[in-house]
Design a protein around this ligand. Structure first.
Ligand code: TYD
Length: 207
């Protein structure tokens, strides 16, 4: 594989989607072939599973079922979209990936991150990003941006408690400490263009 696989992670409203687009555009400006994708979703099968995951009651799925659905969506996404793109030499920029499952289902949910990792090993043969950019904002800021963007119309996860989202943020910080080579925290505050520059600087050694 010649391409590079870069994921963006963080809590709700840290600006991941905007920054995924901006980062992909900045890489294209350097002549790189870039595939932009997201999770849950990113392939037709995984997009169908996304509908099951994000709609309905907060307690619609048991913790185990939810983790399996994310892992199943990811397995399809890796096999149908990500690996083929990397094999033809493209870069893949993905808005959320495994670390979201580790932080949300593993740390904030009931399962523990090792169990989630086991599902990933089965579903996607443990496939990992070359680099993960963790967008960090003070939690008050993130909530404010999310509210502005969606007018308060939150999905199943956005509607969970403040304590849950704090546990997610703590989970991401723990993951960054456990995997410092792969996961790099990036300050997501300030002007969009400045954040994009910080993200690019964190990828310099891969370019
Ligand atoms: P999305 O609309 O992509 O969210 P956001 O704009 O917040 O990035 O919805 C994804 C939601 O699903 C988000 O609340 C995080 C959650 N999620 C998990 O709990 N586990 C996962 O593995 C992934 C990929 C997402």
């Amino acid at each position: 594989m010649n391409g590079r696989f870069v994921t963006l992670e963080g809590g709700e409203g840290a600006g991941k989607s905007t920054q995924s687009r901006r980062l992909a555009a900045a890489l294209r400006a350097r002549g790189i072939d870039v595939v932009e994708t997201r999770e849950p979703g990113g392939s037709p099968g995984a997009e169908a599973i996304r509908g099951l995951l994000l709609s309905g009651e907060t307690e619609r799925w048991t913790a185990e079922t939810e983790a399996l659905l994310f892992a199943a969506a990811r397995a399809d996404h890796v096999a149908r979209t990500i690996r083929p793109a990397l094999e033809r030499g493209a870069w893949v920029v993905c808005d959320r990936f495994l670390d979201s499952s580790l932080a949300y289902q593993g740390f904030a949910g009931a399962l523990g991150w090792e169990q989630v990792m086991r599902l990933h090993e089965f579903g996607s043969r443990g496939f990992l990003p070359d680099r993960t950019l963790l967008l960090e904002l003070p939690s008050g800021d993130a909530a404010a941006r999310e509210f502005q963007r969606d007018g308060g119309a939150l999905d199943r996860f956005g509607r969970k408690s403040g304590a849950y989202h704090e546990a997610v943020a703590e989970g991401f910080r723990t993951l960054a400490r456990l995997f410092p080579d792969r996961i790099r925290p990036v300050d997501a505050s300030g002007a969009e263009a400045d954040v994009t520059e910080r993200l690019l600087a964190t990828l310099e050694d891969l370019l």
